[in-house]
Design a protein around this ligand. Structure first.
Ligand code: UFG
Length: 327
């Protein structure tokens, strides 16, 4: 059995990755401490509850399954929280990843796929962001992810740890079959907050800033459907097994949507009004974050065909209406 150890497999992106791995013939082993993940989201392979800071537990899971690769999604990722408590991010994300990487190397598992972020580029408004752009994170979350990227390079030099790093832009949507979806507590992301507002589960959406230097005054982001995103990870595994060398890929489509465009599309898809009002800018938000790179498409053969705003909202709305995990 070709096991892949999926840290954070009970979370939003990790659970979709497990489904994609299973469809591709692998057996995903979810390793998750359930601090931000959901037991109900583990549906596609074995579950091992554990914390990345527990090296003994990690060693025993590596020994039990002898995975051919690691996909590392587990991380804290709230920008607001990391500003208040950076230690949490350095301990959980960086020290936790160091444990995981050392355990993988000790077990001889030398294929590693890492979930990084465009937050490692920092606040570079209106700059085309490709994989060679300078990494200047402005918060502990982005800094923690950049540190893990550095760690992977060092462990490759010393121990031959082959790795693929994916720097995500904004992830949205849900499994079209409705088996897994996006469910955070607390929720801070635009699409689920907006869908909650549409069906009255929350107060009206606040649009954070309408005076940005964009055509309609609201921030622009590059949204990727979660199913397209995880498909890139499966291609990343193939890249590693083909021994094509360690590589960094941005995962964005190169198309930006403003907050107002997302709101308008949600109105069109749900056929319901979107209760929203305009508010001040949210500290730390960049005007425009859009990937300027087509490397993943050119080199991995990645085809993000589901990443239209209509499809992402349609799938997120279906999931939103069909139920959530047990909180
Ligand atoms: N937004 C609103 N109102 C809300 C929530 C969001 O107007 O209630 C706006 C934001 O200002 C932003 C856009 O919607 O312009 C998207 O915001 P999200 O919070 O959904 O996503 P971010 O772009 O802030 O964050 C994403 C990831 C982070 C990552 C960051 C990198 O979710 O993990 O990109 O820049 F750090």
């Amino acid at each position: 059995m070709a096991y892949v150890l999926v840290t954070g497999g009970a979370g939003y992106i990790g659970s979709h990755a497990c489904k994609a791995l299973k469809a591709a013939g692998y057996t995903p082993v979810t390793f998750d401490n359930l601090v931000t993940g959901w037991r109900d989201a583990v549906k596609f392979g074995p579950f091992e509850q554990g914390d990345l800071l527990d090296r003994v537990r990690l060693d025993s899971v590596f020994a039990q399954y002898e995975p051919i690769a690691v996909m590392h999604f587990a991380a804290l990722s709230l920008v607001g929280e990391c500003m208040l408590d950076p230690g949490l991010y350095w301990r959980n994300n960086v020290a936790g990843s160091l444990n995981l990487i050392e355990a993988a190397v000790a077990a001889g598992c030398l294929n590693f796929v890492f979930s990084s972020t465009c937050a490692t580029y920092g606040d570079q408004d209106n700059v085309v962001l490709d994989e060679d752009s300078a990494q200047m994170p402005i918060n502990a979350y982005g800094a923690s992810k950049r540190a893990i990227e550095d760690m992977l390079h060092n462990f490759e030099t010393a121990h031959g740890l082959r790795h693929v790093i994916f720097r995500y832009f904004n992830v949205a949507g849900a499994d079209p079959d409705g088996e897994v979806g996006e469910f955070h507590r607390p929720e801070t992301h635009l699409v689920p907050l907006m869908l909650d507002a549409i069906d009255g589960k929350r107060d009206a959406l606040t649009i954070f800033g309408t005076d940005y230097d964009t055509p309609d005054g609201t921030c622009i982001r590059d949204y990727v459907h979660v199913c397209d995103l995880v498909e890139a990870h499966v291609l990343g595994l193939k890249w590693l097994s083909d021994e094509r060398g360690s590589r960094v890929f941005n995962l964005g489509t190169g198309t930006g949507f403003s907050v107002r465009e997302v709101v308008d599309q949600s109105h069109a898809v749900t056929n319901r009004p979107v209760p929203c009002h305009e508010g001040p800018r949210r500290p730390g938000d960049c005007t425009k974050l859009v990937s300027g790179s087509t490397r993943a498409m050119a080199e991995l053969g990645w085809n993000p065909h589901r990443s239209t705003m209509k499809q992402m909202i349609t799938d997120a709305w279906r999931w939103h209406q069909s139920g959530h995990y047990e909180a």
